[in-house]
Write a protein that binds this ligand. Structure first.
Ligand SMILES: [Mn+2]
Length: 361
């Protein structure tokens, strides 16, 4: 298991690589080039610059999160072949600089969504929250405006104002899309890229839809054990794998995350994992809690034990944390402050050490 931390890049993140390096047990960085639009090939000099900056800081970058998928690919639209060719170019260029895993998602139109970015908790911290009734009553434009106002220093990936201008057009393009045709479009993409990922030795790791609930009538496919199985079966290569995100899968009540880890992990299909906790307020509403089992609704010990039992050797990172210790003043990206994720890291490493010692490995 290799412990990593998400860093959004120079001028994109208030947290420095030096601060991340000081987290005990931290070895790697997960990053991206946020300004390159989906569908374009990543310029080699940019990849070189970011990997060199991370190496210079004493850390390693082996995972990219994310190389985003253009809507034409998800929709099976006529422009998809050109975008797929650029995706393959990006895979080949990333491989030259030591990248071993690419995280991406198949969420239509929108990236992850929450009703509240800074929801106050009784202990004085704040966190992200998902309240279903709030989401039912809001338009995508109003939600984007709210995000822009609340997170006013950094644009939220997937919710960029430029993109939001075309939101209704984008939503419309999914009208009439059936589950079968969506899977067919995914298969077309996977069959095109996976042979190149194999050659480049880069593991592709799809991230589940977050949250695993329908928003604005859009189809949500990567949300459950059954759907993940169908996605992995679209292309049987081990290079077609999963980013197991406990917070995304866990937001669907009743999901048995340890069972998924045991099944997909034993098959060597989990390459990357985001491990975080959340606290259910009722069947659909939740807020993102501190990582400890006692703070949320997920059993973090059972999750880490399952990873241990399948001999997980991929990359792990703590995921969204709360904003604590006046961090809000530093304007961290929602969910991506330094302190709570650093605490989460060490909680996960503590669980791991105890599990390993108890199992004499
Ligand atoms: Mn995640």
């Amino acid at each position: 298991m290799k412990m990593t931390f998400r860093w959004f890049g120079e001028n994109q993140d208030p947290i420095s690589l030096q601060e991340i390096r000081q987290i005990p047990g931290m070895t790697g960085i997960v990053t991206s080039l946020l300004d390159i639009p989906a569908g374009e090939a990543w310029p080699e000099e940019r990849i070189k610059a970011v990997t060199e900056a991370v190496t210079k800081a004493g850390l390693k970058v082996e995972v990219i999160e994310s190389v985003n998928i253009h809507e034409d690919i998800k929709l099976g639209a006529s422009g998809r072949d050109e975008k797929i060719a650029n995706y393959i170019l990006t895979i080949e260029r990333l491989a030259k600089y030591g990248i071993k895993c690419i995280c991406y998602n198949m969420m239509p139109v929108l990236d992850w969504a929450r009703s509240h970015l800074y929801y106050d908790l009784p202990d004085g911290s704040n966190t992200m929250r998902y309240q279903a009734s709030f989401m039912d009553d809001i338009t995508p434009e109003a939600l984007a405006e709210r995000y822009a106002k609340e997170s006013d220093v950094y644009e939220m990936p997937g919710w960029e104002p430029e993109r939001m201008k075309k939101i209704n057009e984008l939503l419309k393009s999914y009208e009439g899309m059936t589950t079968d045709s969506f899977y067919a479009n995914m298969k077309y993409f996977l069959d095109a890229i996976i042979p190149h990922a194999e050659k480049a030795d880069i593991k592709m790791a799809v991230h589940p839809d977050d949250p695993p609930l329908p928003i604005f009538g859009l189809p949500k496919l990567i949300i459950s054990h059954e759907n993940i199985r169908r996605y992995l079966d679209l292309n049987p290569s081990k290079y077609n794998g999963l980013t197991l995100c406990t917070g995304s899968l866990g937001a669907k009540k009743g999901s048995d995350i340890p069972a998924m880890i045991r099944e997909f992990g034993a098959e060597g299909r989990i390459h990357f994992t985001h491990v975080r906790n959340l606290k259910f307020e009722n069947d659909t509403d939740f807020y993102e809690s501190a990582h400890l089992s006692s703070c949320g609704s997920l059993d973090m010990y059972a999750i880490m034990k399952a990873f241990h039992d399948v001999k997980f050797e991929g990359w792990i990172r703590p995921d969204h944390g709360r904003m604590i210790w006046d961090e809000i003043a530093k304007k961290g990206r929602p969910g991506y402050g330094l302190y709570d994720r650093a605490l989460g890291t060490n909680y996960l490493l503590g669980l791991w050490e105890a599990i390993c010692r108890n199992n004499s490995c």
